[in-house]
Design a protein. Sequence first.
Length: 318
Amino acid sequence: MKTAVVTGGAGFLGSHLCDKLISNNINVICIDNLLTGSFNNISHLFENEQFKFVKHDVTNFIHVAENIDYVLHFASPASPIDYLKLPIQTLKVGSLGTHNALGLAKAKNATFLLASTSEVYGDPLVHPQSEDYWGNVNPIGPRGVYDEAKRFAEALTMAYHRYHNVDTRIVRIFNTYGTRMRINDGRALPTFISQALRGEDLTIFGSGEQTRSFCYVSDQTEGIYKLLLSDETNPINIGNPNEIAINDIAKEILKHTNSMSKIIYKSLPIDDPKVRQPDISRAIKILDWKPKVIRQDGLEKTIKYFQDILENEILSKK
């Protein structure tokens, strides 16, 4: 059996990838310092002999004794609330962490996959965003700690590919949602869902006319897995091109939750992207991948997950 290392494997997306790899008969070594990850996301795997957890900060040297076939680097704060609170850690995991993960892949002669992001496009001047667009990023703005960390990580990955002949992949992940998102994640969907379920006002920043494109987590992990097994070394967008305004997604969540909450508006954060929509032409052509889960179904599963969390919180306080 093959073995994969997943850094950030206790996080939202990383934990789903651990499941995906194990379901395809690949052993998983999950490395996470639990800064934003959680044992709750991987506790169901602790008794699985194909799974091993290592608590470690990948900005320090990564030692793995086993033979490794794949290194998937997903360690990083990934929501604005996290990387604005943890700016230095975000920059370090994007630079030092990526360097250490690439070093591990080089030493083990393993395929390396970098979790990059649509944020490399910044507040885009091209719409939709295709992989050949270089982006519009403010390097010294508050969001620059995440955007530039990922842009540097992409550059470092390609340098290892060209100079050291490491077999590399780069996935540019667009807005993804689903079970195991943190209720205090700070991103639009978990925030709206938790506010609606609690009967609180839904907070929209800016006019709400800005757009996002939401991809359900099972579609995202399928696209990432297909990229891992491909021979494509250039970046590939994985996301759902079904674009929607923030105002409209907030209304959809109110409808799905039967909530009487109101929508309120606050000022838009600095450098917040006005539009976000992936051009997935390359993913369709090269990977034979496109999303399958319709938003209504994905929202129902995600809302149920958050309902269970809130109910457990209430029970634990009694």
